[in-house]
Ligand binder design. Structure first.
Ligand code: PAF
Length: 289
């Protein structure tokens, strides 16, 4: 029987009981409106823990003033049913007042430097301060042994790893694979903003990432790969925030550099902003010679 906790004492009592029983606690933070991608993260958490907690909290501090906080889909009943079927033991559903007892403007803020200035951080100023702040609070409340984050939010995963490493938090971060629709579109709660006409076009993002990978593997210069990707997206009707190839730590690779890399795209189609990425390893061929 799944437990729904909305108050901190309830959450702490339940998790305290598990700890006394020597159980390992897994955690999957979410903003709700769950889909198969989230349920796969729950299944992954279950492989690494005896008990799994999922949080549902649409975090106001990670949305910019003109972003979709107000219209972000909220579907708590179906989320709870889905989580129960996915093998989640406890759903943590705090209120804004519980998460921000002094108000969102007077909260203690956690700010991760450097990797938050670029890409998503540049397109969405303040976004990662909101993410780092809420994740630090959630970790404090749940005190999990492991926590699972999806690879689709590649930079978020890097930010969370930095936060945990820098602050010495006793939680192991595990990355879950991106689940895709049949045409390659990464599963996301925001996909439902797409109109019927836009929906097939949205899969261009994944196809473009695949092209970026094959062009990089074929030895094309990074800037040419990035320029071509942006053009493909613009031709399909997107407004492109970025289409880049980076090292796994998100720094710029040198010309002709081998080793693991990641292509990342953020682009808007109508009212919908989509992000996705693809990781690959061109090995170490000496292109510069
Ligand atoms: O990825 C998300 O859903 C959110 O950014 C997270 C990690 C739950 C923090 O609000």
């Amino acid at each position: 029987m799944i437990v729904i906790a909305t108050q901190l004492p309830e959450l702490r009592a339940r998790i305290g009981q598990w700890r006394r029983e020597g159980k390992r606690v897994g955690f999957v933070p979410t903003m709700g409106n769950l889909h198969a991608g989230h349920y796969a993260l729950i299944a992954l958490a279950r492989q690494h823990a005896d008990c799994v907690v999922a949080s549902i909290f649409v975090n106001p501090t990670q949305f910019g003033p003109n972003e979709d906080f107000g219209r972000y889909p909220r579907t708590p009943e179906s989320d709870q049913e889905g989580l129960a079927s996915a093998g989640c033991d406890l759903v943590w559903m705090p209120s804004v007042e519980t998460m921000y007892p002094h108000g969102v403007d007077a909260t203690v803020r956690v700010s991760v430097p450097i990797i938050t200035d670029m890409l998503e951080g540049a397109s969405r100023p303040g976004h990662f301060d909101g993410v780092a702040t809420v994740v630090a609070k959630l970790f404090n409340q749940v005190q999990p042994d492991i926590a699972v984050f999806g690879r689709k939010d590649y930079q978020q995963l890097a930010v969370v790893r930095y936060l945990v490493g820098d602050m010495g938090l006793p939680v192991e971060i595990i990355a879950g694979e991106t689940l895709r629709e049949a045409d390659g579109l990464a599963m996301s709660s925001r996909n439902q903003y797409l109109s019927t006409n836009e929906r097939p076009t949205a899969a261009t993002i994944h196809r473009t990432l695949q092209q970026m990978r094959s062009q990089t593997l074929a030895g094309n210069a990074r800037l040419d790969v990035e320029r071509a990707a942006s053009q493909v997206l613009r031709d399909a009707g997107f407004i492109v925030d970025y289409a880049v190839v980076r090292r796994p730590d998100l720094s710029d690779p040198e010309w002709g550099e081998g080793g693991p890399q990641v292509a990342l795209i953020a682009a808007r189609l109508g009212r919908t902003r989509l992000i996705d990425n693809i990781a690959f390893d061109p090995g170490n061929w000496p292109l510069a010679e």
